[in-house]
Design a protein around this ligand. Structure first.
Ligand code: CNA
Length: 238
């Protein structure tokens, strides 16, 4: 299995990686849908995480949204793990053309990846909903209550919440990279969040590799489906 993956990678100079929260669990950031993920841990808010991280909840209960958000979704101390570093190395070697990620944690960039397409935005960018001014994470992390702009407007994380559309430009670049890829490696994602998961269908080649702890509904399409931790897989092959 590892030999086959090694060979697929060795033979290609046009690999694209599509990943999700499972890529960062080994950096200490919980995902959503694993047994110990955010959706299965008891929360004190009386609403489900899906409800809280939605656009309508943000607009109606901004303060509680931020309380949940800072407690559960922002990890400024997290460091990239072996999977992030391996992907950055493959890009540096000229083999990997893009990392398309659903993650919002900036760890691919911290590991050195250059062409990172963030489908769901980043906790490191935040903007004023009134005047559009951007703020780095460090400026809002210590706010008392709802972070406010100097103009008085409410600051919103540049993160795609449920009910919000994805950025068109990022989507088009991701679609193009995947549709032109020779190898698509999909890792650490349950592939249940749409439209991100539908990007797998943009891939036209016959070397789809899935690396995920659990099974996904796309496993039957894969040339190779590895059910293991992504850090372990990359440490075996790099
Ligand atoms: P998900 O639905 O929680 O799925 C994660 C998948 O990864 C599951 O199928 C797990 O079995 C698998 N998994 C967990 N750890 C590992 C590992 N070490 N190796 C291999 N597989 C593993 O998360 P998705 O990304 O599929 O869902 C998309 C959401 C999650 C996006 O909107 C993200 O913004 C959001 N999210 C992001 C982060 C982050 O930025 N790190 C954290 C939590 C949630």
């Amino acid at each position: 299995m590892y030999d086959e993956l090694k060979e697929i990678i060795e033979q290609s100079n046009n690999i694209v990686f599509l990943g999700g929260a499972g890529v960062s669990t080994e950096s200490g950031i919980p995902d959503f849908r694993s047994a110990d993920g955010l959706y299965n841990t008891k929360i004190k808010y009386g609403s489900s995480p899906e409800e809280i991280i939605s656009h309508s909840y943000f607009m109606r209960h901004t303060e509680t949204f931020y309380e949940y958000y800072f407690e559960n979704m922002v990890y400024p101390e997290a460091k990239p793990n072996i999977a992030h570093f391996a992907l950055a190395k493959l890009e540096e070697m000229g083999k990997l053309k893009a990392v398309v990620t659903q993650n919002i944690d900036n760890l691919h960039q911290l590991a050195g990846s250059k062409n990172v397409l963030e489908l769901h935005g980043s906790v490191y960018r935040n903007y004023c909903m009134e005047c559009g001014k951007f703020y780095p994470l460090k400026d809002i992390i210590d706010s008392e209550g709802v972070p406010k702009c100097e103009c008085g407007g409410t600051i919103k994380p540049d993160v795609v919440l449920y009910e919000e559309p994805l950025d068109n430009d990022v989507w088009n670049k991701a679609y193009k990279a995947i549709s032109e890829a020779d190898v698509l490696i999909v890792g650490g994602t349950s592939l249940v969040v749409y439209p991100a998961a539908s990007l797998v269908s943009a891939y036209r080649g016959n070397k789809l590799v899935l690396i995920n702890k659990g099974e996904t509904t796309y496993d039957h399409l894969a040339k190779l489906a590895i059910h293991d931790s992504i850090g372990r897989v990359f440490s075996e092959i790099m």
